[in-house]
Design a protein. Structure first.
Length: 383
């Protein structure tokens, strides 16, 4: 996934002499990194409200670091020629209920008339356009590009190599055991995302929440004219159960969100990836949003698990005297934040004291979720 790929690439950039091996349980990008909505946000805190509430004294620093991270990411893509349909068109948060308008006032505010001039929907009451803090991209293409560059830099990539156990061998070495053999490493970074951590102390710190999306057939010129969307921004509404949607390079609309489902027991199963009731609900919401596109067909539908944490953004952990580092809990905003996390984790396993590692957000412990059977009603209450 993104965290592992960025770690591999950045580690070789920092020190080309390092021997870097990337172990992937299945195929690169097969889970959340390859099938997300393609919103690459600068935010490291899952939005301003969450960030200001949890880390008010360093929020401005976190915002600046997030924007720098996105700038650096864009530069890396250009430097290595990674083609992933990257478009830094920004994101508009749209009010679809009257009470949502007040939170959108301020810089970037769009009145109803201005909003519908950007993207025409009868459900849009106003909006706020952050023009620089979000890029749109094709996540699967980004995975392929990062893997290519990492390989060219000398990273050894092994797919179908699930790490089953991690144990400390000595003060200088840890062992990772896979079905095909074992690897001894001086430093280990774990990027297991939604799957249970190999470090038992963190196994209750994430839960899998399933998200679903639809993709339309390409729009005709007439259909595009009916909705506008000439500036190709990402769109999202601010509800607790929200929708996100964007227009792709070939003028399809990706429309996802709303249902965020935690399945009792907290397991990640392939059979959860397709839920017809969610797809039908999304289709209904789509045509409520864009009634002028009635008759448009959906060519793709899919789902997958997001790792969520109790603070709704990434947290960081370590073990084995600091030679093992871990990050998870991105809660659906990991496309951009994964690169920042990779730099944090590389700092940590090399024992570096940096502006990143000194952040309270990085140092602070996050609360775990309760175990089942308590977890299910708690998650429902949070939703």
């Amino acid at each position: 996934g993104f965290v592992g790929l960025w770690i591999a690439l950045l580690a070789k950039e920092r020190n080309p002499e390092l021997d870097v091996m990337l172990l992937e349980a299945r195929q690169l990008g097969w889970a959340a990194s390859g099938r997300n909505g393609g919103f690459c946000e600068a935010s490291l805190t899952h939005g301003e409200k969450n960030g200001r509430r949890r880390w008010p004294e360093e929020f401005d620093t976190l915002e600046a670091m997030g924007l720098t991270n996105l700038d650096e990411m864009e530069e890396t893509l250009k430097r290595y020629g990674i083609e992933c349909d990257f478009e830094r068109t920004g994101e508009i948060v749209v009010a679809v209920e009257p009470h949502q308008d007040a939170d959108l006032q301020g810089d970037g505010y769009l009145s109803q008339e201005q909003m519908r001039a950007e993207v025409n929907s009868p459900t849009f009451l106003s909006g706020n356009w952050d023009r620089h803090g979000t890029a749109m991209l094709n996540p699967a293409k980004l995975v392929v590009g990062l893997a290519r560059v990492a390989s060219e830099l000398g990273v050894r990539i092994h797919e179908e190599s699930s790490v089953e156990t991690l144990r400390k061998l000595s003060a200088e070495s840890s062992r990772l055991v896979t079905p095909g053999g074992s690897v001894d490493a001086a430093r280990v970074i774990l990027a297991t995302n939604v799957f249970p951590s190999l470090l038992k102390r963190y196994r209750l710190h994430t839960l899998p929440v399933y998200d679903y999306a639809l993709m339309t057939e390409p729009l005709t010129a007439e259909q595009l004219a009916a909705i506008g969307w000439q500036n190709r921004q990402g769109l999202a509404d601010p509800a607790n159960q929200f929708h996100y949607y964007r227009i792709t390079r070939d003028n399809r609309i990706l429309f996802g969100g709303y249902d965020a489902l935690y399945y009792r027991g907290g397991q990640v199963k392939d059979e959860y990836d397709a839920r017809q009731a969610s797809f039908e609900r999304l289709a209904s919401h789509f045509f409520t949003t864009f009634p002028q596109l009635a008759g448009l067909k959906f060519t793709h539908q899919w789902g997958g698990a997001i790792d969520t944490s109790t603070r709704f953004c990434a947290f960081f952990g370590h073990a084995h005297g600091g030679r093992v580092a871990y990050a998870a809990g991105f809660t659906g905003l990991g496309v951009g934040a994964s690169r920042f996390a990779a730099n944090v984790l590389l700092d940590k396993v090399h024992g570096l004291d940096t502006k990143r590692t000194r952040l309270r957000m990085v140092r602070q412990w996050t609360l775990p979720f309760p175990p089942e059977p308590i977890a299910y009603p708690v998650v429902r209450l949070m939703q």
